[in-house]
Design a binder for this molecule. Structure first.
Ligand SMILES: [Zn+2]
Ligand SMILES: [Zn+2]
Length: 263
């Protein structure tokens, strides 16, 4: 088939090349080279580079190489291991002391963001567990196994991977973004709603914050603002708590008032 000039759409950037799609945001014709996929949606190169379009990548870049709470905890535990090792050495348990110090070394390098320490931290409980089992029996092995579950979770954690500059799948990144950035006010409303069943003064705040969060919800915005259910649950729980507290308190007041009227 011979392409007819003027009839077939041409790429907005490369006028000599036939366009085979249009950008979802600006509607410009794009060729194969200019077509850029961002979260399964096709954009032209200019639109794809915009922060609101590529909001996940902007989020990723913000956390790339940035130390997370886990790294701080590992650092603090490592200091504890140094002290624990010193105590073991003082009572003559040199082998276990060395193991703790070695673990503290791995933890320290983990805190500093050295890539090998990511794997090192995951396998450290296995090595320590085997030696501790030989020295102290099966209880030590169970403790090491529990520790291994924690270090494995850290190894797989998306936020911690970003600290070590290890790539994270789009799905994991979206989950992380949802947890940290997506309408946090709605999550607060839900927490306040639950808490208002214990502390009644929280109830009006749950309703108010829930209403504010609900107003912000816009699934078609980019980045989208979600958590409609959380905002609505916050309002519902807040109102429910008011009803429960009124029902609880009313008989008490009735008794009090009738006590005054009929002394
Ligand atoms: Zn565009
Ligand atoms: Zn092009």
């Amino acid at each position: 088939m011979v392409p007819m000039v003027g009839v077939t759409p041409r790429c907005a950037v490369h006028p000599n090349v036939e366009a085979d799609a249009t950008c979802r945001r600006c509607g410009a014709f794009v060729c194969g080279v200019c077509s850029t996929w961002v979260m399964s949606v096709l954009y032209c190169a200019d639109c794809a580079a915009r922060p609101e379009v590529n909001y996940l990548d902007v989020f990723r870049q913000g956390l790339w190489g940035k130390r997370d709470a886990t790294a701080w905890w590992v650092g603090i535990f490592s200091l504890g291991f140094v002290a624990g090792g010193a105590w073991l050495a003082s009572v003559g348990e040199w082998l276990l002391a060395m193991l703790l110090w070695a673990s503290a070394g791995v933890g320290g390098c983990f805190f500093l963001g050295q890539r090998w320490a990511r794997t090192g931290l995951a396998v450290a409980p296995v090595v320590v567990g085997i030696v501790a089992f030989w020295k102290m029996g099966p209880v030590a092995l169970v403790c090491a196994l529990l520790l291994f579950i924690s270090t494995l979770k850290i190894f797989l954690d998306a936020r911690n991977r970003l600290f070590f500059r290890v790539e994270v799948s789009e799905q994991d990144l979206l989950r992380l973004w949802d947890l940290h950035v997506n309408n946090p006010l709605a999550r607060t409303a839900l927490s306040l709603g639950v808490a208002s069943f214990i502390i009644p003064v929280f109830a009006p705040f749950a309703v108010l914050v829930g209403a504010l969060a609900l107003r912000k919800v816009d699934p078609h915005a980019r980045p989208p603002i979600g958590r409609k259910e959380h905002a609505m649950a916050g309002i519902g729980l807040g109102l429910g708590a008011v009803v429960v507290w009124v029902l609880l308190v009313t008989p008490y007041f009735q008794r009090l008032i009738s006590g005054w009227l009929l002394p």
